[in-house]
Write a protein that binds this ligand. Sequence first.
Ligand code: KG4
Ligand code: ZN
Length: 338
Amino acid sequence: MLILGIETSCDETSAAVVSNCSDILSNVISSSLHLHKRYGGVVPEIACRHHTELINIVLEKALKKAKVSLEDIDAVAVTQGPGLVGALLIGISLAKALSYSLKIPLIGINHLHAHLYSAMMGPEPPELPAVGLIVSGGHTSLVYLEKPETVQLLGQTRDDACGEAFDKVAKILDLGFPGGPIIEKKAKRGSSARIRFPRSYLEKDSLDFSFSGIKTAVLYHTQRLKAQKKRIPVSDICASFQEAVIDVLVDKTRTAIIKKRPRSLLIGGGVTANKTLRDRLLKMARSKKTDVFFPPTGMYMDNAAMVAGLGCLLFSNKAFSEYTMSAEPGLNFCNKQT
Ligand code: KG4
Ligand code: ZN
């Protein structure tokens, strides 16, 4: 079974061919990140122009690399949301055209679910049920998966996503965009013991997150030092900020594991690239005798292989989409369970 995946929700234009739900024959990604750097964030119009210019080239490369032709494809899966509406529509238009002309099913995919599914695409599939942690630029959510296709929301951020907090703190410190990789690098040279930034846990046992307070704390700390004409200890601030964010992510994930007693912990989304976060989650999960699954290397960022992988699972369940399907920029997991 060959599934073509298409991903255009934000700044990555990607197409992939996946066989039998986890065998990745190709995963071509063209990022427009370099075009957004000077603006300090993703500019939707620039992202859309890049998708329009690159999508056909990326598709051709994905087919060529997989050594297949369009006629070999059994279904086309495409990110339906969440994401930038114009960007999503570019991928969806291509997917609909392919589905209609090739007479193959169209499958709309939840981008957040696909991030989690990427953690199931390694050599050893996880045992379920699982707790899932999604950490990206737009979302921070804890979920529970009884089966790979059913996701229950346990908690999510009430304001900034954790990746967004990394990006905003990098902006405060003039470190460029995206903030995550540069903050992680600077943090290695700093000490997290010198500054204590607040950790927001919200109500007792809440699995929701809040990261806007820590970003403001970094802003005030930096402004105070500037007003006193003191040196800004950038590496120490990065180390202390990163530690505070990771403390909350690990503690809340531990609470979810204690509540739900899963067999596995799945992690997905761009912030998974942070090695300190991965190490801390591994250590915590080991103490709770829970196996941890990360996406295969190179699949932390947005990519179409995770879309094709989840598409393959939905194809097996005959969960096809109608041609009336459209972009859903605010798509989420609907049912919140505690
Ligand atoms: O999942 P993703 O590629 O796109 C979204 O769907 O949002 O995630 C991008 C986010 C950005 O906020 C970026 O700063 C963050 O992931 N990120 C990191 C690291 N690498 C990327 N955050 C912390 N540490 C990293 N090494
Ligand atoms: Zn993403």
